[in-house]
Design a protein around this ligand. Structure first.
Ligand SMILES: Cc1cc2nc3c(=O)[nH]c(=O)nc-3n(C[C@H](O)[C@H](O)[C@H](O)COP(=O)(O)O)c2cc1C
Length: 366
């Protein structure tokens, strides 16, 4: 065989593999039953006993979690569910104190409570003040139809550019008047000058995070760059949900490592400026209990937005970087309230839904 013929064969094999990769990545008929659709089926309130408990856990797992790490385990008995942290899924670089981990458990708690009420059970909650878990005792009550429970299947972090439309003040007022938890408050930002001020803190946060090798390495570890990776783990940040094309890991890694803080903050600025507004969730204290309650309020707010077709996405840099967090608190008029989360909201098209691990893999029976 001549050298030229050999090289031609290698090139043909290479393009064949590339075409097969793109076909697999983009072909929806090769997904089988999509795990996103499976985990998002309507709540089966006709079930009884432990199968109903499984349904409640499934709805809990549809909650938001940092990097979609799903850092939870559910210990289930007949009338009680405990939500335990799964510390093997912690994010030491972005969340060294497990603050966002406990917020994520609070998000799951809110979904579980709404689903329980829909199924005719009242949750009585013990917060993790002394313990390292959340206990939910379930007592019979009249089933409660609530649009927030309906919104659990479709709530998502919608990370695309919004259409710039504002939200009528009556709707906005309703959103900002959702019931809060003790010690938790909302701080609204709107108008050009507040948006631009917010961007200063977001930019400062990007600068620190994107020059921190451990932060970038951890982010890369949790990105699922293509469908094969996303289906293998059913967790993490699937590139499709963030509007990025599928690429093999070696290429995705290069792109993320090559992303400068300036590229990231330019993108964040475009996203925030396209939004109708932003809102921060703050708490009186920095404690496990307050973090769980913060998660409950975030999930409640995001579900209330989803129910009226308002999209939202986090821009948490000012609350994730300790040095910026203090400046953010002082500079944006939080007073003694400690900022925990920052999200933008507005109108846009939905993005593909993120995946969740199966209920079987997060449940323990007691
Ligand atoms: C405490 C917490 C912090 C988060 N921080 C960010 C963030 O800084 N940027 C971001 O884009 N998403 C952030 N997220 C969103 C998660 O990545 C998202 O919830 C997860 O990928 C699952 O997707 P879903 O919310 O669309 O269901 C955060 C979520 C939680 C609960």
């Amino acid at each position: 065989m001549t050298r030229a013929r050999f090289l031609k064969m290698v090139a043909a094999a290479g393009s064949g593999a590339a075409i097969a990769y793109v076909l697999y990545e983009l072909a929806p008929w090769m997904d089988g039953e999509s795990p996103a659709a499976k985990s998002r089926q309507v709540l089966r309130t006709d079930r009884e006993g432990l199968p109903l408990m499984e349904e409640l856990v499934r709805y809990a797992t549809l909650a938001a979690s940092g990097h979609n790490a799903q850092p939870w385990r559910f210990l289930v008995s007949e009338n009680q569910i405990e939500i335990h942290p799964d510390f093997s899924r912690r994010l030491p670089a972005v969340d060294p104190e497990d603050r966002e981990l406990w917020i994520s458990l609070g998000c799951a708690l809110e979904n579980l409570s709404l689903a329980a009420r829909k199924a005719g059970m009242e949750p009585e909650i013990d917060y993790p003040t002394k313990t390292d878990f959340i206990r939910i005792r379930l007592r019979p009550r009249q089933p409660n139809e609530n649009p927030l429970a309906e919104a659990i299947r479709t709530r998502q972090n919608t990370r695309n550019e919004y259409d710039g439309r504002s939200i009528v003040s009556t709707e906005r007022h309703k959103l900002m008047s959702i019931p809060l938890e003790p010690g938790i408050s909302l701080r609204q930002f709107d108008g050009t000058s507040e948006t631009e001020k917010l961007l200063e803190y977001i930019t400062a946060g990007d600068k620190i995070q994107f020059s921190d090798q451990a932060f970038v390495d951890e982010l890369v570890e949790w990105i699922r760059f293509d469908k094969r990776e996303a289906l293998a783990t059913l967790d993490g940040l699937y590139s499709r949900c963030m509007g990025s094309p599928p690429v093999p890991r070696w290429l995705g890694k290069r792109v993320v490592h090559g992303t400068s803080a300036k590229t990231q903050s330019d993108s964040d600025a475009r996203m925030l400026r396209s939004s109708a507004g932003a809102v921060a969730i703050a708490s009186d204290t920095d404690s496990k209990d307050a973090w769980v309650r913060t998660g409950q309020v975030y999930e409640r707010l995001a579900l209330a937005m989803t129910a009226i077709n308002v999209k939202s996405a986090f821009l948490n840099q000012p609350t994730e970087v300790p040095a910026i967090r203090h400046q953010f608190q002082d500079g944006m008029g939080f007073g003694s309230a400690i900022p925990q989360l920052l999200l933008r909201y507005g109108y846009s098209n939905p993005m593909p839904p993120s995946f969740r691990r199966s209920v079987d893999s997060v449940i323990d029976w007691s």
